[in-house]
Design a binder for this molecule. Structure first.
Ligand code: MN3
Length: 303
């Protein structure tokens, strides 16, 4: 079971370059459909990551699963390649661009030409392998997830990505992507991962909720984890990993003491603690500072 990730921005957050109508349809209908289809096709299989689903779906009888899983992965990756604020390549990534293409402008020209020249539906990628950058295109639902090269950026070449905003002018869509939306901070993080031991972006990571930065977010996160813990998801499932991520965020936010705890919070923490103790078998990866035990010993801490 995989989930449809939330977008890292509101539907109207990329206007006017990408309209809210396009984004709503693209994420809420197209991407959602791929996710639903993957879940239908894997309903009888044990819970696993989307990357593992893709690795397993190699046989000829699994083309539908490979296509839909590839599309689910590519779309979530694509959402992370878009940003509300303009960014530019810098540091070692910029050096690698200069080494491979001469300059950023040449890379821009070649990226747009590759995407425009790709026949039919697909994806155009900037890829890093062994520190060297290159461009690639993949047809239809093919993906660079699990490939030797680490993808840094991708742009969707399916007509549904641009037809409402640009009709048949794919080149104008690619120019808008490159000039105003391309998320170079994300590309930079991917490039650094490709140069280190760190794992590059995963689909699960794309499903992580946005960081808690306000009392409102905190309230929402508390409500979510309370509801989840009332009937905990299967260990190792996508929902389980999401719950784990959400608990980490609640814990981190609490540790930073950036929220004034109310009497009601204390009651809710105590309630969460009781739930966690009832299901203490999971989330071993982040023991609290100073304790050898699994995380979290007491969610409420010193409250
Ligand atoms: Mn698409």
């Amino acid at each position: 079971m995989i989930t449809l990730p939330r977008l890292p921005y509101p539907y109207d957050g990329l206007e006017p370059t990408m309209s809210a109508t396009t984004l709503q349809l693209h994420h809420g209908k197209h991407h959602a459909k791929y996710v639903d289809t993957v879940n239908q096709l894997t309903a009888n299989q044990p819970a696993t990551s989307l990357e593992d689903v893709l690795r397993a779906a190699k046989g000829a009888d699994q083309i539908a699963l490979a296509n839909n899983a590839g599309q689910a992965w590519n779309h979530s990756f694509f959402w992370n390649c878009l940003a509300k604020t303009k960014t530019s390549p810098h540091g070692p990534l910029l050096d690698a661009i200069v080494a491979a293409f001469g300059d950023v402008e040449t890379l821009r020209t070649r990226f747009i030409a590759s995407g425009s020249g790709h026949f039919g539906a697909g994806w155009v990628w900037l890829v890093a392998e062994g520190g060297a950058l290159s461009l690639a295109t993949t047809p239809n639902g093919a993906t660079l997830a699990n490939s030797a090269g680490v993808p840094l950026l991708v742009c969707d070449l399916w007509e549904h990505a641009y037809y409402l905003d640009h009709q048949n002018n794919r080149g104008a869509f690619l120019e808008g992507f490159w000039d105003r939306l391309a998320n170079w901070e994300f590309a930079d993080a991917q490039f650094r991962a490709s140069q280190s031991e760190r794992e590059p972006w995963t689909y699960d990571e794309g499903c992580r909720p946005q960081p808690i930065v306000s009392r409102h977010d905190f309230e929402q996160a508390l409500a979510e984890v309370t509801a989840w813990l009332a009937s905990p998801p299967a260990s190792g499932s996508a929902a389980d990993r999401l719950l784990s991520a959400r608990l980490e965020q609640v814990n981190d936010y609490h540790d930073r003491q950036s929220v004034e705890a109310t009497l009601q919070d204390k009651e809710r923490f105590a309630h969460l603690d009781a739930r966690l103790k009832a299901f203490e078998r999971r989330w071993p990866k982040r023991p609290p500072p100073g304790t050898p035990d699994h995380w979290p010993a007491t969610l409420g801490g010193s409250l």
